[in-house]
Design a protein around this ligand. Structure first.
Ligand SMILES: Cc1cc2nc3c(=O)[nH]c(=O)nc-3n(C[C@H](O)[C@H](O)[C@H](O)COP(=O)(O)OP(=O)(O)OC[C@H]3O[C@@H](n4cnc5c(N)ncnc54)[C@H](O)[C@@H]3O)c2cc1C
Length: 165
């Protein structure tokens, strides 16, 4: 019996968990470990940013979705991967042993690369996460009261330019 752990429950992690459950014999355990307890459909964030969707319509609580398929779920960030020991350490110190690890943690956002950028203390907005998009919408509503020029762009090293357009 193997224990497969999938790190991250986004667009890569959720299908990986479902497909492994459907493919592997039942004696193998699958656990998904993700930093937050909800799935967000990232490509819809620009709609949240302009008020065409709200948070509830583009996010889903993960636990019930995975549990009904017999997949365990832990909603905590991973802080250490000990590949030699086949073990993860989570933010609260809990450890999770695995036989196989699938890493689907998405991008590390690079706001530090451009001084003054970023939604937390910077001077730009982002649609990279649903929380960023909600912050965008709050300021967008203010902007609409006194419209002016908006600059839309993608940061150095951005791999996905389409959402900006
Ligand atoms: C606005 C926008 C629009 C897009 N539109 C499209 C599109 O139309 N078509 C397209 O193909 N792609 C699109 N993309 C790109 C697409 O969203 C990403 O390629 C995709 O989400 C990446 O999937 P992923 O599973 O690797 O990461 P994500 O979907 O980002 O998921 C990462 C997961 O890992 C978790 N995680 C991160 N760090 C840790 C940690 N330390 N411990 C535990 N869990 C962790 C997160 O909580 C999350 O659950 C868009 C991206 C953006 C920002």
């Amino acid at each position: 019996m193997a224990h497969i752990v999938i790190m991250g429950a986004g667009i890569g992690g959720m299908p990986a968990a479902y497909e492994m459950r459907a493919t592997l014999p039942a004696e193998h355990r699958i656990t998904v470990v993700s930093a937050v307890d909800y799935f967000q459909f990232t490509p819809s964030n620009p709609w949240v940013a302009v008020g065409w969707r709200d948070r509830e319509s583009i996010t889903l609580p993960i636990a019930p979705l995975l549990e009904k398929k017999g997949i365990a779920f832990i909603a905590k960030p991973v802080t250490i991967i000990d590949a030699e020991a086949n073990q993860l350490t989570l933010k609260d110190g809990q450890t999770v042993d695995y036989d196989y690890l699938v890493i689907t943690t998405g991008p590390k956002l690079f706001f530090d690369e451009v001084p003054g950028s970023g939604p937390h203390g910077g001077h730009t907005h982002s649609v990279c996460t649903v929380d960023h998009a909600l912050g965008f919408f709050k300021d967008y509503e203010e902007f609409l009261k006194y419209p002016g020029t908006v600059v839309i762009g993608a940061m150095p090293f951005a791999s996905c330019f389409c959402p900006a357009y």
